[in-house]
Ligand binder design. Structure first.
Ligand code: 5GP
Length: 212
């Protein structure tokens, strides 16, 4: 049987880019292909968020213990809170052949790419900065100061977008979900990701060439 190893994917995008919605749709449509990593954070839950579903909501002390015990693949500070990716679940899922998505910001994304160079980095953006501002205000979950700080953070983040492999414009949600799915699945066709199959075919052909 063909051996399929999972791909590690980082999806970043401005707060308000709609990346969370895209990821949820992707998981709903292809539950056997993808797994979404659940991060730990010290920020407070928003209305409707559940511990262990959107995030593991932990105290600053608990987070710092996770750092010390090297339980995180990466972590970063974002708008005065810690966010980090727990290691165990990600590697378990990759071993099982799932493509694992980390929905994290740019500092974390670059750290992951440094440690795991085969990681695929996708950056999601709304069609324009004006649209981004409207979406953040329209979400109604953030006060004015937080919207301002997320916009200024977006300005910082856009400076690093060149480090990503793909830019995905989130204009039409359905199109965007399919685009992200195609990008990731095409990655499985890379020669570098198919050494086992290539070696098997080579060995078989060698046998034929030798008159087997
Ligand atoms: P939010 O507070 O809006 O849920 O997330 C704020 C930012 O933190 C988003 O850009 C999100 O992608 C990022 N983030 C969420 N989890 C992690 C994580 O585990 N590590 C890093 N570096 N960023 C994260």
């Amino acid at each position: 049987m063909k051996e399929r190893k999972g791909i590690l994917i980082v999806v970043s995008g401005f707060s308000g880019s709609g990346k969370g919605t895209i990821m949820n749709r992707l998981l709903k449509e292809y539950p056997n292909i993808y797994a979404l990593s659940i991060s730990a954070t010290t920020r407070s839950p928003r209305v409707g968020e559940v511990h262990g579903r959107e995030y593991f909501f932990v105290s600053k002390e608990e987070f710092e213990t996770m750092i010390q015990e090297k339980k995180l693949i990466e972590y970063a500070q974002y708008v005065n809170n810690y966010y980090g990716t727990p290691k165990e679940y990600v590697f378990q899922q990759l071993e099982m052949g799932k493509d694992v998505i980390l929905e994290i910001e740019i500092q974390g994304a670059l750290k992951v790419k440094e440690v795991y160079p085969n990681t695929l980095l996708l950056f999601v953006t709304p069609p324009s900065a004006k649209e981004l501002k409207n979406r953040l205000i329209g979400r109604g979950t953030e006060d004015e100061a937080t919207v301002a700080s997320r916009l200024s953070r977006a300005w910082q983040e856009v400076q690093g977008v060149e480090h990503y492999d793909y830019l995905v414009v989130n204009d039409d949600l359905e199109e965007c979900v399919q685009k992200v799915h195609s990008i990731i699945q095409n990655e499985h066709a890379r020669v570098a990701k198919n050494h086992v199959l290539i070696e098997t075919i080579k060995a078989e052909l060698k046998g034929f060439a030798e008159g087997e």
